[in-house]
Ligand binder design. Sequence first.
Ligand code: NAD
Length: 337
Amino acid sequence: MKVAVFSTKSYDRKFLEAANTEYQHELVFLEPRLTPETCMLAAGSQAVCAFVNDQLDAKTLTGLASQGIKLIALRSAGFNNVDIGKATELGMTVVRVPAYSPYAVAEHTIGLILTLNRRIHRAYARIREGNFSLDGLLGFDLHGKTIGIIGTGKIGTLVAQILKAFGCKLVAYDNSPSSRLCQELEVEYVSLPQLLATADIISLHCPLIPDTYHLINAETIAQMKTGVMLINTSRGALIDTKAVINGLKSGKIGYLGLDVYEQEGDLFFEDFSNTVIQDDLFERLLTFPNVLITGHQAFFTVDALNSIAKTTLANISDFERGICPNRVKAEIAPTNH
Ligand code: NAD
């Protein structure tokens, strides 16, 4: 199939080309992000391959459908950026990579927790300047602390497994818990208010759907322990950024680790090091010494990129054969935020 691959970076091209020796699709690599303005670049293709910050709203999908695009192959697990209802209405199939490497994201989550706690990022910079003072680097033992995991699917369960080995007490909130491993790990399922009130560290691993949009807001922050560590490697809009900034200013939130940000589409995956960033909320976050942000890199391992490339190309071949095991079904899809 001829496939227009949007938001292509050099690493996407490298892994897709390597995997494509087996599938032999005609891949057209395009650097621009997919938007209503760029969708015409897909002309002549039968499928579009898109990533997390591509904008697959009604307008883009209508533009793609008018060019005869029948398949949207997402290089991601999350599909909150796609108007699935509209795609269905237009007769388009949307496929995704449901699981590529939950280990990649879980391990990055642990990296954020450890770095924030022991201030490894600050120590790194300090030592390079010949400053061996320990002031400001004081951490705490993870052993014995209570970790609250919101969403115990593939990633949340692995985070629980790793933190169990640190000797943490694990509580979780999931509106549909199904993890056998969490039961074996003796994770205690509690209500959201109970989790908020007891956790020393809260880590978000649920999808972004209407129910979870701004799950972390002024009201839920008020229920947390003072000095709590909040980690989000899931989707940016789970958090109301303004409310979190207020929480950081008051000291209610003691540490914030983010790999995702609600307005990340305008920033992440691009180099703005010679530009004045116009997003004042994001810039405010960067002023806090207890905030650590990575730019949606939790998935970014060799193993995950290999798996994403293979599954994406297999999804396209499956579609050609009329079978779509990784299709996103309209009835389970969230609306867009
Ligand atoms: P998953 O589908 O295996 O697990 C999600 C869990 O959340 C499920 O157990 C589900 O029951 C639970 N859930 C759903 N709605 C909920 C609600 N309202 N409240 C509480 N729990 C709820 O997903 P996963 O593979 O573990 O991925 C989790 C999220 O991680 C994805 O939604 C995706 O957005 C994000 N992600 C981020 C990266 C990254 O690079 N940062 C990479 C992959 C995935």
